[in-house]
Design a protein around this ligand. Structure first.
Ligand code: HEM
Length: 176
């Protein structure tokens, strides 16, 4: 019967040549960790800076908010590019020791947080697109007021999730 343990065993066997290269070569392991943290610098750095800009624009005037919507639109591609680098390097990190990471509750907690981060990113992008389409002032009683409140929530959730994932990543290194 196929269960989690047997799937992990199959993946560990397939990943063995990579795991050996990763543990034998300091250059390879450093390069993969560099890409993981480099992706974090760009994706996480830009995402958190955009979240802060959202809070500032919500306290500003209509011009600040329309400029924010343009900036958020431009930031998505960079954040997604950084996240793609993190996913590719993260997968290589996980395949370097399938047995340890596959059985680690910290690893699966981190992956659950990453899924929440992606869902929140989709909510943020959808809300910003609708606001750009409507571009009505923030203080009206129209649904747009609810959209700005949702953008505030998504920005707060983004900051919290990025911080929580970094914490989980660091604990993961110390526990592996
Ligand atoms: C937003 C997404 C992510 C963030 C912010 C993040 C952040 C981090 C951080 C800060 C570390 C510690 C690095 C170190 O101290 O050397 C780390 C380690 C790790 N990450 Fe991620 N990560 C993310 C996504 C992923 C994904 C998608 C995977 C797997 C598919 C992954 C797998 C790992 C593994 C296995 C380690 C431990 C590496 C080791 O023990 O040497 N990460 N991550």
């Amino acid at each position: 019967m196929v269960n989690a343990a047997s799937i992990l065993k199959i993946v560990a066997t397939a990943a063995k040549p990579w795991a050996e290269l990763y543990s034998d070569s300091r250059a390879v392991s450093s390069a993969v960790t560099f890409f993981h943290l480099g992706g974090l610098l760009f994706a996480g750095g830009l995402a958190v800076a955009s979240d802060r800009a959202t809070f500032r624009a919500l306290r500003g005037n209509d011009e600040d908010r329309s400029r924010l919507l343009v900036d958020l639109g431009n930031a998505h591609a960079w954040v997604l590019a950084g996240l793609s680098v993190m996913f590719a390097s993260g997968l290589l990190l996980a395949l370097s020791d399938v047995k340890t990471f596959g059985n680690s509750p910290i690893y699966w907690t981190k992956m659950s947080l990453v899924v929440l981060l992606l869902a929140n990113g989709a909510l943020l992008q959808r809300t910003e697109r609708r606001l750009r389409a409507e571009s009505l002032p923030a203080h009206s009683t129209s649904p747009t007021h609810r959209l700005w409140a949702r953008l505030r929530f998504a920005a707060g959730a983004s900051m919290t999730l990025w911080t929580a994932i970094v914490l989980a990543g660091v604990i993961l290194v110390d526990s592996s």
